[in-house]
Design a protein around this ligand. Structure first.
Ligand code: COA
Ligand code: MG
Length: 289
C-alpha cells in the first residue's frame, strides 16, 4: 500500500499549487474536484488536472484525484475524466453506503478491463464524513478490495450533526474512533481531520500527535507548511521503534521460558502489548524507517 502519512489537497484548477505539491516530498497529492474547486470551475479543473498529470513529475508522491460525491450530478463526468488521467487512486467524498463504493469501483474496473490495465491497480480512498456514513461504517469498510483508506472529514461531520468545532475536537471523538476501529478491522489506513488553521504549526503538531495516539495512520493537509510536521507525527520515533524491538525480542524469550506475562522496565508486557509493538514496527517500515 502507498504510504499516506499526509494527503495534501489543492484545488484542481490551480496549476501552480499542483506544481508546488509535486516538489514537496509529500506521501500523497490529492487534486480536488470537490469542495476545493468552485462550482463554476469543475470542467476547467478536470482539464487542468489532466494536463498536469501528463506534464509533471510527481516523484514518489501518490497522484490521487478527488471526484465530487455520488449524487452531486458531477460524479460520472469527474470519474471519467479522472480515469483518463491514469491516477494512482481516486478519492470519493461523503460516502454513506457500500453501494456507493461498489458503484465507483465497478466503473474503475470497467476502465481497467477496457484499457488492458492491471485489475485493482487504481486504488480507492473514501471519505466518511456524515452521520449516515459513520453509522454505516461496518458495511462500508469491508465493501471492496480496491479500498485502501478511509478519511474522516471533521468539518463536514460537524456540519452533518450540528456540532461546534473546538480545538481539542472532543465533539468528533466518537466518529474518529469509529473510523479508526473500522479501518483496523479491515486493514485499511485511517486518515484524520484537517487542521484548517494552517498558520498555527503548534496546534497542527498537537492535533497530529493526538490523532496518531487514537490510531490514525495519517492526516489530511491543505498547505505546504503542514507536510513536515504531519509526516513526522505519523512516523514512529526512534525511541518508540527501539522500545518496540525490545518488546518483540523479550516477548519471544519469555514465551520460550513459558511466561505469557513478564515485566519490562517495571511494566507488564503480554500479548496485546506485543501486537501494539508490532504495529509500531509495521508503521516504521511503511514510513521507510
Ligand atoms: N498545495 C500546494 N501548494 C500550496 C497549497 C497547497 N494546498 N497551499 C498553498 N500553496 C503554495 C502557494 O501557491 C504558495 O506558493 P507560491 O509562493 O509559489 O505561489 C505557497 O504555497 C504559500 O502559500 P500561502 O500564501 O501561505 O497560502 P495561500 O494564501 O496562497 O493559500 C489556502 C491558502 C488555504 C487557500 C491554500 O493553502 C489552499 O488552497 N489549500 C488547499 C485548499 C483545498 O484544497 N481545500 C479542499 C480540501 S479540504
Ligand atoms: Mg469535505
Amino acid at each position: 500500500m502507498h504510504s499516506r502519512r499526509a494527503i495534501l489537497y489543492m484545488p484542481g484548477d490551480d496549476r501552480r499549487k499542483i506544481e508546488k505539491a509535486a516538489t514537496l516530498g509529500v506521501d500523497s497529492i490529492c487534486m480536488d474536484l470537490e469542495d476545493g474547486t468552485a462550482i463554476n470551475r469543475k470542467a476547467e479543473a478536470r482539464a487542468v488536472i489532466a494536463q498536469a498529470m501528463r506534464e509533471l513529475d510527481f516523484g514518489d508522491s501518490e497522484r490521487c484525484i478527488r471526484i465530487n460525491s455520488i449524487g452531486s450530478g458531477w460524479e460520472a463526468d469527474d470519474l471519467a475524466a479522472a480515469l483518463e488521467a491514469r491516477p494512482d487512486s481516486i478519492a470519493v467524498p461523503k460516502v454513506e453506503s457500500p453501494e456507493q463504493v461498489t458503484w465507483v469501483s465497478s466503473r474503475i474496473e470497467s476502465y481497467e478491463l477496457s484499457h488492458g490495465l492491471p485489475l485493482g491497480g487504481i486504488r480507492m480512498i473514501i471519505l466518511v464524513e456524515t452521520a449516515r456514513g459513520i453509522l454505516n461504517l461496518k458495511e462500508i469498510a469491508g465493501s471492496d478490495k480496491r479500498l485502501d483508506a478511509i478519511i474522516f472529514g471533521g468539518e463536514d461531520f460537524a456540519a452533518s450533526v450540528g456540532a461546534t468545532r473546538t480545538k481539542d475536537a472532543l465533539e468528533l471523538l466518537y466518529a474518529r474512533e469509529s473510523v479508526v476501529t473500522a479501518c483496523a478491522a479491515y486493514d485499511l489506513q485511517a486518515i484524520d481531520i484537517v487542521t484548517i488553521d494552517f498558520k498555527d504549526l503548534d496546534a497542527l503538531r498537537a492535533e497530529s500527535e493526538a490523532g496518531a495516539r487514537l490510531g490514525f495512520t495519517g492526516k489530511q493537509i491543505i498547505h505546504p507548511a503542514q507536510v513536515g510536521p504531519v509526516q513526522a507525527a505519523f512516523t514512529p520515533s526512534n525511541e518508540a521503534i527501539a522500545y518496540a524491538r525490545r518488546v518483540v525480542e523479550t516477548f519471544e524469550a519469555n514465551q520460550k521460558e513459558g511466561k505469557g506475562a513478564y515485566a519490562l522496565d517495571g511494566k507488564m508486557i503480554d500479548m496485546p502489548l506485543l501486537k501494539n509493538a508490532q504495529k509500531v514496527l509495521d508503521r516504521a517500515q511503511a514510513a521507510g524507517k
